[in-house]
Design a protein around this ligand. Structure first.
Ligand SMILES: O=C(O)CCC(=O)C(=O)O
Length: 269
């Protein structure tokens, strides 16, 4: 893990691959509570409020005010394949949302309690952070049949500090397998550093470099049971495929940065 100008001690010991999976991090009651709260938020959500789609292959949403404003809100983004040719949802709204973000950890009491729990703090501090800040949170659905792919990327591209310090925490709220779109990563790829940044300009957000091409054979699947959590180094190349299976793959994800000695980039989205 990185969290300052130096590589942290723990990263060398526990993060050789650039990620670390911890099983049974959350119990059934916690998972049930987080999922039930999300069900309630979805019930209250009126789809006519937003038609914002989240896609990592088509970056249209990045020009969108709804996307920018979501940094401080609980906002809903549709799966790209949620709509028919007539522009109407093809399935109920509950099965149409790609993700909810990006301030669940601040605005929803249960997500806040979990995010700032002693076990999450201890985990983050064990990576050597001195004054960690949770910059964003997301509930990711990977809906059955239409759950969109997430192309290879690094967290530090989006949540950039100088020097880079992001760590992602991603907790499976359902079993996550190769069938329903689990995470895949290139072990050790974090050692090659940050490849490109996603910077905000006058016309929305763009990458400062084209994406390198990656060989699929270099990725390994990371299957996880519900309740397991994975810590992901901000420079690790990771991705997930479309979910064509009949099972969803819900997850709660947090992006943490160091605020002691690392400067938040003003041109982050
Ligand atoms: O949940 C996924 O499939 C991908 C999560 C991820 O890498 C991200 O949100 O940046």
């Amino acid at each position: 893990m990185r969290g300052g100008s130096q590589e942290r001690e723990c990263s060398a010991k526990c993060m050789k691959a650039g990620y670390l999976v911890m099983e049974s991090f959350a119990g059934e009651d916690e998972i049930g509570g987080l999922r039930k709260t999300m069900d309630e938020l979805l019930t209250q959500f009126d789809p006519s409020e937003s038609s914002s789609v989240f896609s990592t292959t088509n970056q249209q949403h990045t020009k969108d005010h709804y996307f920018f404003d979501s940094a401080a809100k609980i906002s809903f983004f549709f799966e790209e394949k949620a709509f028919g040719d007539d522009g109407e949802l093809k399935q109920p709204k509950e099965l149409s949302i790609n993700k909810v973000g990006h301030a669940l950890h601040e605005l929803d009491p249960l997500y806040k309690e979990f995010t700032y729990s002693s076990k999450v703090s201890s985990l983050v501090l064990s990576f050597g952070y001195r004054r960690p800040v949770v910059m964003q949170s997301m509930y990711i659905f990977k809906q059955p049949g239409i759950g969109g792919e997430v192309v290879p990327h690094q967290y530090n591209s989006y949540v950039y500090t100088d020097p880079p310090s992001c760590t992602g925490l991603w907790m499976a709220l359902e079993d996550s397998t190769t069938l329903n779109g689990c995470l895949w990563a290139i072990p050790g790829s974090h050692k090659n550093g940050l490849v490109r940044r996603f910077v905000r300009g006058e016309n929305g957000v763009t990458y400062d470099q084209p994406s390198p091409s990656y060989e699929q054979k270099d990725f390994v699947p990371i299957e996880m049971k519900a309740g397991s959590i994975i810590a992901i180094h901000g420079d690790l190349i990771h991705q997930s495929f479309e979910n064509l299976s009949p099972k969803s793959r819900h997850a709660y994800s947090l992006h943490v940065v160091e605020s002691d000695g690392c400067k938040w980039a003003q041109d982050n989205w």
